[in-house]
Design a protein around this ligand. Sequence first.
Ligand SMILES: [Zn+2]
Length: 313
Amino acid sequence: MSDAKHTARKFALSKWPKGYRIAFRLFVALLIAAASNILLSLWLDTPKMARIRRDNHNLVTQYTILQEKIRSAEHTLADIKHRDQYVYRPLLGIDTLNIPQVYSDYNDSKYADLPDGEYGEMIREGWLNIDRLTRELYYASRSLDDTQDLAENKEEFSTIIPAIWPIDRTKLKYVSSLYGMRMHPKYGYWRMHEGIDLSAPKGTPVYATGNGVVVGSGWRPGYGEIIELNHGFGYKTRYGHLSKRYVQAGDSVTRGQVIGEVGNTGVSSGAHLHYEVRFRDNTVNPIHYFNKDMSPEAYIDLMEQLEESTKSN
Ligand SMILES: [Zn+2]
């Protein structure tokens, strides 16, 4: 028997005392268990990890629902904005509210502290959407305050708004020039025509189109004899090329009151009334203010007629 064989036999387990044998087997079992646990955890989650993943998954789901709710709130808000902008405001004759920078996003540095990583983009997007919603809510509420103000004063407002034709329509020969860019008939270059030209016989009575106060009555280059009314609520009207003026600065006028007569003064070729509507010191298209004494059919008719005449120009 060689020494090696002898040694092997010497260490054979069966030769160990019983207590050691059990302890050794337990130790090996533990070692295998630990090793397999490590190996398995590479493919399978530990219970704790599984719980974290489940929580994480729930959070993402909740977050997605939240995003969906923000989107639906945005839609509702868009609907309110649309009604304010395209229904209430035109109904009350006010322009769209403009608060600079309300619609621009914050710059990126605001979101620099947000966590990066797998869900960074999602969280960032959430913040962006909420910020946008907050701003638009502010905008919409400001706008509705405005609208409410006017609605409360609607009684008065409806009397001042320049809402009738400045001359008797049966006296109107034709609309000789529309509001907008045009080749100037006398100067021969393109420029903005800030009102509408209503061709009518000299002496045709000119009406104040809304209640107001005369702020100008006299001669002005280009306009000739002109009357300017201030109606309040941001509205002014101008009546140019008159042959006669019946009112003076400071006079109060009511809608339909005769303030002068059609003429051919100033830069004008033929008797006509140059009629201008100004809102907050910007000219607007007077056509949109003729609706009060026109049936919808007549209005459509006129619009078509005007469209034709612009095409042929
Ligand atoms: Zn004109």
